[in-house]
Design a protein around this ligand. Structure first.
Ligand code: SAM
Length: 230
């Protein structure tokens, strides 16, 4: 851990803030599985701070349904919370391809819960390996422009690469959510803090100047950069 306040922003760490509580109560609709994954991850995972914020996952679900998404890319599985949330918003024939270099947290915490919901599990393709290699393989196999939605939430130094690959893979009208766009305030207060912060600053710059997408940064949870493929 470093000097960042990793408890800043996400609603499950801001329980005493009445505005956060109001917004979450009025707009976040977690499934039973979403709630179980959140509770087990927060209580059992060593790196529980990595858990996706329910409000960000809700926004992802809303976009998935709005654009009629069927194919979702999920960069960073961890315990499976984002993959399971997105799968719950997809139609029967929808698919989430979720990528992670490790399945330790998934196997020990997430999968025993996901196993209890076969209708969700059958929509998720759990791939173990470096996400960059997996998406490069997709591009090589002619999958460019065939995906609807992407959520970028894996290793920070690769965020610029993941964004560029996601723009390539997502169709026109598709949506990309880049998580941690404010990186606990460091992109504003200490943009040169370290390689991780510099990578987030860089991806925000790439998106801001990208003629392939329209975009907007939102100050929810740890910040998200939304990109809409033209
Ligand atoms: C912030 S967590 C993902 C959280 C998850 N999306 C959620 O909503 O709870 C980041 C994950 O990225 C994974 N990761 C790190 N480097 C990676 C890489 N090169 N390729 C794929 N996944 C990676 C980590 O193992 C970790 O589980």
């Amino acid at each position: 851990m470093d000097s960042r306040n990793y408890h800043q922003g996400k609603s499950f760490f801001e329980k005493d803030d009445p505005t956060v509580k109001y917004c979450v109560t009025k707009s976040v609709h977690e499934t039973e599985l979403d709630k179980k994954l959140k509770e087990e991850t927060l209580s059992k995972a060593e790196w529980y701070i990595m858990l996706g914020a329910p409000e960000v996952l809700q926004l992802g679900k809303n976009f998935i349904q709005l654009i009629g998404a069927k194919k979702v890319l999920d960069f960073g599985t961890f315990t499976g919370a984002s993959a399971a949330a997105f799968a719950s918003a997809l139609p029967e024939d929808g698919k989430v391809l979720t990528m992670d270099i490790s399945h330790d947290a998934l196997n020990s915490i997430g999968m025993p819960l996901i196993d209890q919901y076969p209708e969700i599990k059958k929509k998720i393709d759990f791939r173990k390996g470096p996400a960059l290699e997996i998406v490069d393989e997709l591009i090589k196999n002619g999958e460019s422009g065939k995906w609807d939605f992407a959520f970028i939430d894996a290793d920070k130094p690769n965020y610029p690469n993941y964004y560029n690959k996601a723009v390539e893979l997502v169709r026109s009208g598709g949506v990309i959510i880049v998580d941690n766009a404010l990186f606990f305030g460091t992109v504003v207060n200490e943009p040169d803090k370290d390689d991780l912060t510099r990578a987030i600053v860089k991806v925000n710059e790439i998106i801001a100047n990208d003629p392939r997408t329209n975009s907007m940064i939102f100050d929810i949870a740890d910040g998200i950069h939304l990109a809409f493929k033209k």
